[in-house]
Ligand binder design. Structure first.
Ligand SMILES: [Zn+2]
Ligand SMILES: [Zn+2]
Ligand SMILES: [Zn+2]
Length: 247
């Protein structure tokens, strides 16, 4: 979610119209992620598209995405798997040293709110006593727009990476921040202009774990990019420690 501020209009109405319902703004109104005014009575989470931050009229708020973004919805498992393959390849090119070969994407299993996607795995030991991890599936709701789904898949692959590297004990801010960074970096490679808006939405998120975590990670990015952060987490549990030692 982007940033919202309380604003106060002038006496007798501000003369401005709400970007969500098009009525005149009340005296006390809110400013949206791109400085659009809107009535405080609207549902914040539903009033602006989760991808591009465009206002969504009240009658269309059964979906958190605008009509434009909904046109790129991924409804088929095959399409989702192809996108996952692309995300894996691009994250590898961005410098993450390891990815699971293949994780099925399940578009029909229920995802428990407030999560929008989850990854499931199982731990086991082989005959020599070595710990193994098998990734079973990534669950996401069907009909997410392609950019949004891609960023979620990159986020879940971030979790897969941390699990595979035995980095499950990091703080939630570091864990989710690292996974958000995977999504944010992936979006940075996409040509679709809406990727810039979704990235800004992630950077400005007011959530203490996801938003704050991502900002910590972006501030820690050095010349080695995400590879440096991954190496730092592996050695010390901190995103910057290794980069600092290498300087
Ligand atoms: Zn309104
Ligand atoms: Zn949109
Ligand atoms: Zn996560």
């Amino acid at each position: 979610m982007g940033l919202f501020h309380w604003m106060f209009g002038t006496q007798g109405g501000s003369g401005l119209t709400c970007t969500v319902c098009r009525r005149e703004l009340p005296r006390r109104y809110l400013i949206g992620p791109e400085r659009q005014g809107f009535c405080p009575s609207h549902n914040l989470d539903r009033s602006f598209c989760r991808v591009c931050s465009s206002p969504i009229p009240p009658a269309a708020q059964s979906s958190p995405f605008c009509q434009d973004c909904r046109q790129s919805s991924v409804g088929q498992a095959g399409e989702a798997m192809a996108l996952l393959g692309q995300v894996q390849r691009e994250l590898r090119e961005l410098g993450l040293p390891w990815w699971p070969q293949s994780v099925p994407v399940n578009l029909s299993a229920a995802v428990q709110p407030p999560h929008v996607a989850t990854i499931h795995w199982q731990r086991s030991q082989d005959a020599q006593g070595r710990r193994r991890v098998t990734f079973q599936e990534i669950r996401v709701s069907p009909d997410y727009p392609r950019l949004y789904l891609g960023s979620l898949l990159a986020h879940e692959l971030g979790h897969a990476f941390l699990v595979q590297q035995d980095l499950e004990g990091l703080s939630p801010v570091i864990t989710e921040g690292f996974c958000e960074l995977c999504g944010w970096l992936w979006l940075g490679r996409q040509r679709d202009p809406r990727a810039v808006r979704l990235r800004a939405r992630m950077e400005n998120s007011i959530t203490p774990i996801y938003g704050e975590g991502l900002r910590v990670m972006i501030a820690s990015l050095g010349p080695q990019g995400i590879a440096g952060i991954a190496a730092g987490l592996k050695v010390t549990g901190s995103p910057t420690a290794l980069a600092a030692r290498l300087c």
